[in-house]
Design a protein. Structure first.
Length: 117
């Protein structure tokens, strides 16, 4: 069986590459206290990382749901106000109302763009 490890010998005989890195990791591992080398630590660390990722995912999804609710409420409010403007008897009042609504929507969009930056 051939060993395809990437090892390079320097002129002074010192090896480098993955083998040297692996030996250095083993030396560092052996220097750790016995309590730190117990097999329970990787499980605890992995559990904490998974919990952190789940909490982060939960926060992102919750934020997206809240933003969607706000967008839905704004769209419903806009539809309601547009409907009320169109119900006005006088055509000039109706057009004025719709112009004000569109101007307010444009101003809100600019403010919202500024807030998100």
């Amino acid at each position: 069986m051939s060993n395809n490890s990437t090892t390079f010998k320097w002129f002074n005989g010192e090896a480098s590459g993955f083998d040297a890195f692996q030996r250095e990791l083993q030396r560092l591992w052996q220097r750790l206290p016995v309590e730190a080398r117990s097999p329970g630590w990787p499980v605890i660390l992995a559990t904490l990382i998974i919990l952190g990722l789940l909490l982060t995912f939960h926060q992102v999804v919750r934020g997206a749901v809240q933003q969607s609710e706000l967008r839905h409420k704004a769209a419903a409010k806009h539809t309601e106000v547009t409907w009320r403007c169109k119900l006005l008897r006088d055509l000039s009042e109706s057009e004025s109302c719709l112009l004000q609504l569109n101007a307010a929507d444009h101003g809100d969009a600019i403010l919202q763009a500024r807030n998100t930056q």
